[in-house]
Design a protein around this ligand. Structure first.
Ligand code: SF4
Ligand code: SF4
Length: 92
């Protein structure tokens, strides 16, 4: 299996100033499943000590997995970044 470091070395991110994914932390506090934490291949969902979720959009692969696994309606607002921004995959 490809390591996390190697996976991150194969991409670059053209970061837009506005987040393309927004997580409503108040909804996450009532979530007992928390599938996003293990499902995100970029490790962007981090549980906080007070029961919330810390999320950073900057290094997102735009795979959509978090949106699919999230079991709480409205917790994740998901869009692609504006054209010319977001992840760029390199072949080697
Ligand atoms: S699965 Fe959805 S509601 Fe649960 S912690 Fe993750 S983003 Fe929040
Ligand atoms: S779209 Fe994929 S990489 Fe981006 S936050 Fe969701 S699971 Fe993580």
């Amino acid at each position: 299996m490809i390591s996390f470091e190697r996976r991150m070395d194969s991409v670059e991110f053209r970061i837009h100033s506005e987040a393309h994914i927004v997580v409503d932390d108040t909804i996450c506090r009532d979530c007992s499943v928390r599938g996003c934490i293990t499902a995100c291949p970029a490790d962007l969902f981090v549980p906080t000590s007070d029961g919330g979720i810390l999320f950073n959009y900057e290094q997102c692969f735009e795979c959509g997995t978090c949106y699919l696994v999230c079991n709480e309606e409205g917790a994740i607002s998901w869009n692609y970044p504006e054209g010319g921004h977001g992840v760029v995959f390199h072949s080697s």
